[in-house]
Design a protein around this ligand. Sequence first.
Ligand code: HEC
Ligand code: HEC
Length: 376
Amino acid sequence: MNHSRTIAFGILGLLAFSLAAVSCEPDTPGTDCTDCTTDDRITATYDPKPYAFNLPSWFPAPIILPDNPLTVDGVELGRHLFYDPILSVDSTLACASCHRQEKSFANDRPVNTGVLGLPGKRNAMALINLAYNPRGFFWDGRAASPEEIAFVTIEDHLENNDTWDNVERKLRKHKSYPQLFRKAFGIERTSEITRDLASKAIGQFVRTLVSAQARYDRVLWARQGFPTDSEQRGISLFFIEDDQTVEHPGCSHCHFNPFFSDHNFRNNGLDSAATLDQFPDLGRGAISKNQYDNGRFKVPSLRNVELTAPYMHDGRFKTLEEVLNHYSSGGHPAANVDPNILKFTLTDQDKADLIAFLKMLTDTAFVNNPAFGKPL
Ligand code: HEC
Ligand code: HEC
């Protein structure tokens, strides 16, 4: 009894000594503060300012979660976390490793390795205008919000749910994160740094990734300049006009203004399936458990599509030409192929014109915006 009490006191004494001896000030910013405890008081000033979206008149108000309003400092924290491999178990992988700004936050691999709880069979999605998606994220819509994606992609990585515990520990002991979390959320102690707040900050950052300044926007909405003849023909081929019925590509049935997606799940005829259970990837159906959703996938935005090759949920097409050949062939048969996927004639000139139009959706300001880039 006495003996074990002595040992306990000895340990306590040692602990007290080491706590008193710790100085939480490594001199290089951003390096790990390995000696810090995970419960220190944070002194930075908390002065939250709402984040102001810079939106043109042709864009509606973005969707923001009631429990996660955007602040300048919240977005800034999210940006740091997005680019920081501290979020992965072995500190090698950041969100930005797969989501690259110069590729509209997609990447050029057909599919991504199945790390961070992501299926290895899917093409990384561009992160663009996420704040306008009212229904379901990921190709199959299984996530309700970017905040949830941030939470889950990190959490799913280890079976025993140890990941977030480790990440929280690393963030609490970090030289600069405690201040960034306090500025963003007003917390007072490092122990209040949680997975929930980290996910919220990342959600705030990715909601700011708005693209509305492509050449298409400037010419068609802001009336700055004119489309070339080829672009104009491409526009006519892409958008349905009232008097056009037969033999029309009909792209804008599903990809329409201003986001070039209807945010729905559809089968655009990529795979033949004799029965609805025979798709190689069940897509939406695996989530909704509705057989008619099998083989349906999110209609992706076509903004910046020039930069996001390869294409489709499995990255099967390398070029926009291949995509157009697929659509003009009328696609492959399956019971739930969307009625707007129909064979049409596509001359070389039509192809060039449609591609000229699709390239008008490239937003160079977006991919070069320093506010979306890696923090210095
Ligand atoms: C290993 C590569 C990889 C990493 C790392 C990664 N992602 Fe992704 N991301 C993907 C893939 C692949 C998809 C599509 C997955 C699917 O549909 O099943 C995706 C989809 C998304 C989407 C859905 C977009 C939409 O329009 O529905 C969001 C949001 C997202 N990722 C955010 C993040 C964030 C935040 C992080 C960091 C916490 C992250 N990703 C890390 C590969 C990655
Ligand atoms: C019936 C709705 C529908 C129509 C009509 C349609 N699409 Fe799509 N589009 C989709 C869906 C759904 C996907 C994603 C399919 C998948 O990956 O499984 C997609 C994907 C794409 C992609 C790939 C984007 C990426 O990031 O991977 C491009 C490019 C594209 N469509 C262009 C077009 C063009 C051009 C037309 C007209 C010729 C067109 N679409 C007509 C529904 C449609």
